[in-house]
Ligand binder design. Structure first.
Ligand code: ATP
Ligand code: MN
Length: 477
């Protein structure tokens, strides 16, 4: 096929020259103006056909969704809405699209409807913008860490340990479910399974990242994670991507600094490199906001919200301080919280996190030193023996975007905590080895990639920021 020029590049290309473009028809107006999109940018290229000289059979096939190859001369546009246009003198239909049955008509479709046709939604302005931003964020994550000499560790997706403790797991097996081999005591004989033991899909790459950090110092993982929790919420997926840096010799403060620097870097990156898409998503969001009741409307436009996160220091406070604020808050006193805050030790729900961020501090918040009872076994115990060196980063509209901690590096304390929490220490001896052989303080966190994309794009449902969402009852495409 002839060389094609990407539509993105056409807008800055020299005029009065010939170009070939390829893409899909968004609209065809008056048998004359084709709006062509190839996904390289949000904007369509206008291709003009002087219809009198054209075969009407060909023109009939230029329908919304059809794939075309167009050759022509690029000129400065006379019309409004575009700087250049391509005067087509050769059009080839690469793929027809029957307008009678094509589900994506050139009109506004609901996000719910588009979710049902997720195989086609890439072709809308909203989803092409979201997935370009998602890509930019993924790239920026690698750049952020690479610039800081972090090593990218590929942690396993199939895991033999069920002690990661972050959520319900999906089992991986090749056993015939109709004929499960059993031991004499009636339990499943996993020795007969593919790996010779029970295996699951990973819920986190952290434990493996820790092994890497205790030799390479600065490492991160960035991969898919799976949780079989039945959370049918707008912030949970059964399959999502997580970024997990882990750094030797870092304490909780260093960990908070890294998280804050990283989030600010990523948001700045997108503002700089995805300006057109973000402007479009901002416009989309403000139209959505207009139909909401006054009280639920966001006070800030998308770009203002993003800039606000870059320009302000995140508020850092302890869980204990947060509980005091929440206990005395108006919604708590007026019984407005679904889960009222009564006493210290309560796990915070998204409504509490969002109150702190959106109403009380009005900026991102990092909560630290949570009660040990509501956090994982590997977090470093504080001197009071009640709280651990955990940190959650809370964002407006999202709630928890990052969860992390300084890790318990002291062998005896870690074993004690594992025993208290009924985590089999023999099975985890590989993990405990790091604390036996040259243990050092270290810290890390997990950033939910889709929650970040959700925040940056101003979307409200996590199912709209991953190409093919998996959630309870749904594994389509
Ligand atoms: P939550 O309380 O919101 O369920 P969590 O405490 O289970 O989160 P962690 O185990 O700390 O979360 O995971 C680290 C990060 O991964 C979270 O801060 C969040 O950004 C993201 N995350 C966790 N569970 C999911 C999920 N089911 N879908 C998408 N992202 C998730
Ligand atoms: Mn969870």
């Amino acid at each position: 096929m002839a060389k094609r020029t990407r539509i993105k590049d056409i807008f800055s290309a020299e005029t009065e020259k010939r170009y070939t473009v390829m893409g899909w028809v968004r609209t065809f107006r008056n048998n004359q103006f084709i709006a062509l999109n190839d996904g390289s940018c949000l904007s369509n290229l206008q291709a003009v056909v002087d219809f009198e000289n054209w075969d009407t059979n060909l023109l009939k096939r230029i329908t919304t969704g059809a794939a075309l190859r167009i050759e022509g001369n690029l000129i400065t546009s006379q019309g409004k809405g575009q700087t250049v246009e391509l005067v087509a003198d050769k059009i080839e239909i690469l793929g027809d699209c029957d307008p009678e049955i094509y589900p994506l008509q050139p009109k506004k479709h609901s996000l719910e409807f588009l979710r049902e046709i997720a195989h086609l939604r890439f072709r809308t302005n909203t989803f092409s913008a979201i997935f370009r931003v998602r890509h930019a964020l993924a790239f920026a994550i690698h750049k952020f860490f690479n610039d800081r000499n972090f090593v990218y560790i590929h942690s396993p997706i199939v895991t033999g340990s069920d002690a990661e403790g972050a959520g319900e797991m999906f089992q991986v097996t090749t056993l015939d479910l109709n004929q499960i081999p059993r031991n004499e005591d009636g339990n499943i004989n996993f020795k007969k399974d593919f790996f010779g033991k029970a295996t699951n899909l990973t819920v986190s790459g952290q434990l493996e990242a820790e092994l890497g950090a205790l030799a390479l110092c600065d490492v991160y993982t960035f991969g898919p994670t799976f949780r079989a929790e039945n959370s049918n919420t707008s912030r949970h997926l059964a399959e999502f991507w997580m970024i997990e840096p882990e750094v030797a010799f870092n304490d909780l403060n260093d960990n908070m600094d890294l998280a804050e620097d990283m989030l600010k870097y990523l948001i700045s990156y997108v503002l700089e490199y995805c300006a057109e898409d973000i402007a479009f998503l901002e416009q989309r969001l403000s139209e959505e906001e207009k139909v909401k009741p006054q009280a639920d409307r966001s006070e800030m436009a998308l770009r203002d919200k993003l800039k606000f996160c870059i320009e302000n220091d995140f508020e850092r406070l302890t869980y204990t301080e947060a509980i005091d604020i929440l206990k005395n808050s108006t919604p708590n006193k007026k019984g407005k919280f679904q889960y009222p805050i009564e006493k210290w030790g309560a796990d915070l729900q998204s409504e509490h996190e969002r109150y702190l961020v959106e109403k009380h501090f009005k900026k991102p918040v990092i909560l630290t030193n949570y009660p040990k009872e509501i956090k994982a076994f590997y977090m470093r115990m504080d001197d009071d023996d009640k709280t651990v060196r955990a940190m959650d980063v809370l964002f407006p509209g999202i709630g928890e975007i990052i969860g992390g901690s300084q890790r318990e590096e002291r062998y005896d304390k870690l074993v004690k905590r594992m025993e208290e929490m009924h985590i089999p220490t023999e099975e985890m001896s590989w993990f405990l080895d790091t604390r036996r052989y040259g243990t050092v303080p270290h810290a890390g966190f997990g950033l939910g990639f889709e929650r970040l994309v959700l925040f940056v794009t101003g979307m409200t449902n996590i199912r709209d920021v991953i190409p093919f969402p998996r959630f309870p009852g749904n594994a389509e495409f």
